[in-house]
Design a protein around this ligand. Structure first.
Ligand SMILES: NC(=O)c1ccc[n+]([C@@H]2O[C@H](COP(=O)([O-])OP(=O)(O)OC[C@H]3O[C@@H](n4cnc5c(N)ncnc54)[C@H](O)[C@@H]3O)[C@@H](O)[C@H]2O)c1
Length: 308
């Protein structure tokens, strides 16, 4: 399986694609998409991961999110269909779920997106399901829980110097000797902090490879179900406090923690039941939380050397 990568490099970095087939440009650029398909007629599936992804920013700039994640995606689907590609993997998100009383969800749980970012994912899922019913298109929507970690071989990892998510902020706090703000301590969980299902990025990547390999089994060409959703998580919930404790056990540097209120768009969170991923993909997560923390800490100086 050889990926052909399209990225406009708004947040992506060219250093990661130097040894790859790479086109710089926008998913909405029809002429570019036609050129890519013409130069690679053997493309037999698309993986649509491009999106703007920062929840608090989506509260401040919703139009950016509806433009980047919805309007441009409508164009992209059209370009994909015009070029005759009928297998479509979409990066969706656990942030669309309404958490249940025990904070666990599965693919049939109710949706209640809490931010413009999450709403763009729901709109996209609905749009893709409609397109799958109407056109020669089969869509697998993969709802990621909370990605953490880096490539265990340290070839790629988080590109952002000051990430906005939990593990990134912890790494920044110990590296820059800053206070770590534990945001949200009054949620209805076992210790008051939010709960998440932290999934190692390498496990996520493997799930995508499985999904591509099994695509036609999961969504047969002549089948009556052209659209499917699969949650990708570990199956167990970790609270933010538990995560901070795990981080302190792996990191040898001191951490100063200050508790504060939730950020705009924050939710109590949830973790997933994993039966469907196991059955359909033959996949379960292998890496531990400690692996992910260790890999992120190892990645940080590698990133600084690689991405100047
Ligand atoms: N990181 C998470 O916590 C998380 C959780 C659930 C789902 N997801 C989804 O996974 C996908 C990948 O997220 P990520 O964390 O790797 O973020 P990221 O910002 O690292 O990756 C997004 C990539 O898309 C590119 N891009 C954005 N808009 C584009 C456009 N219009 N045309 C071409 N390229 C464009 C960016 O340059 C970047 O390389 C997104 O769809 C995101 O919503 C992420």
């Amino acid at each position: 399986m050889v990926p052909v990568i399209l990225d406009n490099l708004t947040t992506g970095r060219v250093e990661f694609v130097r040894d790859r087939i790479f086109y710089q440009g926008d998913i909405a650029d029809g002429a570019l998409l036609d050129k890519i398909f013409a130069e690679h007629p053997d493309i037999d599936a698309v993986v649509h991961a491009a999106a703007a992804i920062v929840v608090p920013e989506s509260m401040e700039q919703p139009l950016k999110y509806y433009r980047e994640n919805v309007a441009k995606s409508v164009e992209f689907v059209d370009h994909v269909l015009r070029n005759g590609c009928s297998r479509y993997l979409f990066s969706s998100s656990a942030s669309i779920y309404r958490p249940g009383d025990d904070h666990s969800v599965d693919e049939s749980s109710e949706l209640e997106p809490q931010s413009p970012y999450a709403r763009t994912k729901v709109i996209m899922e609905q749009m893709l399901a409609d397109c799958a019913r109407a056109y020669d298109l089969r869509v697998l929507s993969l709802r990621y829980f909370n990605p953490v970690g880096a490539d265990p071989k340290m070839r790629t990892g988080l590109q952002v110097r000051y990430p906005t998510h939990l593990l990134g902020k912890l790494v920044t706090a110990v590296e820059e000797d800053e206070e770590f703000l534990l945001t949200g301590v009054d949620w209805p969980t076992r210790d008051g902090s939010a709960i998440r299902d932290f999934i190692h990025v390498w496990d996520l990547a493997e799930a995508h490879v499985r999904a591509l390999r099994r695509f036609d089994e999961i969504l047969p060409r002549a089948g009556d179900r052209p659209y499917e959703v699969i949650n990708l998580g570990t199956g167990s919930g970790t609270t933010v406090r538990e995560f901070v404790t795990a981080f302190q056990a792996v990191s040898d540097k001191p951490l100063r923690v200050r508790e504060t209120g939730p950020r705009p768009g924050d939710t109590v969170g949830c973790y997933t039941r994993t039966e469907r991923a196991r059955e359909m993909l033959g996949w379960t997560a292998r890496f531990t939380l400690e692996d992910a923390i260790r890999h992120s800490l190892q990645w940080s100086p590698v990133r600084d050397a690689l991405l100047r």
